[in-house]
Design a protein around this ligand. Structure first.
Ligand code: SF4
Length: 254
């Protein structure tokens, strides 16, 4: 049986990332205050220079996070803000996870919220790619554990026997004319991306792998679809194929 997953709220991630920004600003100010006397002894200009550099750094972070929040709130965001927005998110995300842990918020919940926010940002960009430039990337654990076929080397070795959903994904990929790859981990995923050079990726994985994958391949746009684990992690996982089909249709050029 597949357990229905509660749709995560983007606001959890946004709240934690805002608190992270506040903490980063306070720590940066503390660093400046502590280093002030030592630097002033060397030169009167040094504390001022450091102050401006740190203020600029915080401003870029604040603009980035502000851009993410405005986009998610439905405001149009300039393309030039997308790179600082993602850099700010990548930088502050580990801090957000730590703050969440202190507040007893489950890490997977924060990751789901991050994926939801990231998907929203990608969809908001209205990206459409030719089908042959779209890659569906799925983990090896989707293949049934007893399947003897080597599908990580070539997914068309799948016989669509119905024991797992790899056959259904292959059908979706064939119908739309996009690529499908089954990978055993992040290293193989990066190798496939390097070889195929897609313009967009539809990634299927668990919270942890999707979160790190989305951040790893930036600026490549990724829509993340969470897998379901009725038999526990990394074993005979499942996916909502309708959701995958819908995401592919949204991505490919009509
Ligand atoms: S659908 Fe394909 S991958 Fe899955 S068990 Fe059957 S042959 Fe193996």
């Amino acid at each position: 049986m597949i357990n229905a997953m509660v749709r995560p709220k983007k606001r959890l991630f946004l709240a934690l990332i805002l608190v992270s920004l506040l903490l980063a600003a306070m720590s940066t100010y503390g660093l400046w205050v502590v280093s002030f006397p030592g630097l002033a002894n060397i030169s009167a200009y040094l504390p001022v220079l450091l102050g401006w550099a740190l203020a600029f750094f915080l401003l870029v972070l604040a603009v980035g996070i502000g851009g993410v929040i405005l986009t998610i709130a439905g405001f149009p965001t300039l393309t030039m803000f997308q790179a600082p927005a993602w850099s700010a998110v990548n930088l502050l995300f580990p801090l957000a996870i730590r703050i969440g842990r202190l507040l007893d918020v489950d890490k997977e919940r924060i990751e789901r919220s991050f994926i939801e926010a990231s998907n929203h940002l990608v969809k908001n960009r209205g990206i459409h790619v030719p089908p042959e430039r779209l890659l569906i990337l799925t983990p090896h654990c989707l293949q049934h554990e007893s399947c003897p076929h080597k599908i990580t080397h070539d997914v068309s070795n799948c016989k669509n026997c119905g024991r797992c959903q790899v056959g259904e994904l292959l059908e979706i990929a064939r119908r739309h004319g996009c690529h499908l790859a089954v990978v055993t981990g992040g290293t193989l995923a990066r190798k496939v991306i390097k070889g195929l050079r897609p313009k967009a990726v539809l990634a299927i994985a668990c919270e942890r792998d999707l979160t790190s994958g989305i951040q790893d391949v930036f600026p490549l746009p990724v829509i993340g679809v969470l897998n379901e684990r009725p038999f526990g992690p990394c074993c005979n996982t499942r996916i909502d194929v309708d959701k995958v089909d819908e995401a592919v249709r949204e991505f490919v050029v009509k």
